[in-house]
Design a protein around this ligand. Sequence first.
Ligand SMILES: *[C@@H]1O[C@H](CO)[C@@H](O)[C@H](O)[C@H]1NC(C)=O
Length: 506
Amino acid sequence: MSLLLSSVVVVASLFSGAAAINNGLAITPPMGWNNWNAFGCDVSENLLLTTSTQISSLGLREVGYDYVVLDDCWQDPKGRDKHGKLQPDLAKFPNGLKPISDQLHSQNFKFGMYSSAGEMTCARFEGSLDHEVDDANSFADFGVDMLKYDSCYHMGRVGTPSVSFNRFKTMSDALKATGKNILLNLCNWGEDLVHTWGMSISNSWRITGDIYDSFSRPDDLCACNTLEPGAVNCVAPGTHCSVLFILNKVAPFADRSIPGGWSDLDMLEVGQGGMTDEEYKAHFALWAALKSPLFLGNDLRDMPASALTIINNPAIIALSQDPHGRSVTRVRRDTEGIAKDEWGMGETHVWAGHLQNGDEAVILLNAGGEDIEMSVRLAEIFIPYGPGGSAPHVKYDWAIHDLWAHRMPQETAEALLAAKEVEDRVDILKKANWYNATELPYAKGLAKEDARLFGEKIGIAEAGGVLKADVKSHAARVFRLRRVKKEGDNFNAKSIARKGEERDEL
Ligand SMILES: *[C@@H]1O[C@H](CO)[C@@H](O)[C@H](O)[C@H]1NC(C)=O
């Protein structure tokens, strides 16, 4: 790997823009809230606007959550109007959708909506298949900034990559033709090798069946659960997919996400009540480090303080929004000798990935049934830069920073949630000196070494040595390794690309 080739790579990715859909959107993974996981079809103007106000006043807009997404069931149950146009259900949206979009925009949010590349949506309202141009124009007229585009009731137009590609491309082209720049969030659950073509026409593509609020429980409705982890061509991805299942599914192609195009691991379950605090912390941190879009899925108006202190941790979100824009990959998965959990699952993972400033994100996941000490050699952490300990990184000491160390204190979060007036909430956030990405975007905060993005230094992994940490059952430790500079060293992290990263950029 020569220096020269690396600089060519950088130039290509900056100026040719050849990668991905190239609409300038989702340069870092999109963040926001979507009503589906908590509310399903129970949608309304009131739900969207009370939620957006809550996102603002809790300081969540300022840590990056800026899309408010209306999922399925917004449509008039009577179907299209006499001109063939989609209509909102006026019982749920008495003022239509444009005033909602205007209100969200005035609060500095972006508005997302939903349809399906089928004759019906998943909840059996009018779908957009063969109505793409009309419907894209409707979305543009509603003032929509993002479309989540599902794949239910596709009338059999599925089964090969090109059939699926063409079905979704029709909407991608129709959105482009509106002249409005609308983010496309494609959702065909990983079918027809979407990880190989999604980035050509969309800003993100789902790679598994729907998530449910369980850490590791297998479920027959997530049909692909029965296959080997990582099996790609699985029929009927389904629903009820656990966090662990989704991680195993994405692992073989975690390297496919690039700025502007991201593998979507589905919306977050944090705060919904089906997982423990440690499980939710692991779920959130892995979604961030794997560069999934981060869409909150809980009721933000009625949320435990512990959930708020997970989703508002800027040191974790900084992994998601790091300008390097590449996912962590799994460098190790162990199943032998790991105690089984209550569902008969038992495995540990080590995930690692490069960050813009040369730091390395490392996550130790214990999905087994007992608390253990996990250890991993630096030579393994840095395998993507050269196997067998050949990566130059291995010759250095690395400071270990724990990214959960400065989680917002429970009392602060409780006070924030209890405060009735917006001014009181602003005061609490100011006193806590909480991160404000509107003021200081993550790229700048990272470049300025803002302490709030770096957790707490808890030790050193010595050159050629091992990183060790206690990891509870169903928990993850989330670290940022920071290279300890040596006197007069000329180590240039940027010149040492991870193998594979240059392939996708060329
Ligand atoms: C965050 O920064 C923006 C831009 O400076 C400012 O308008 C906003 O009031 C800040 N929010 C908080 C909670 O301090």
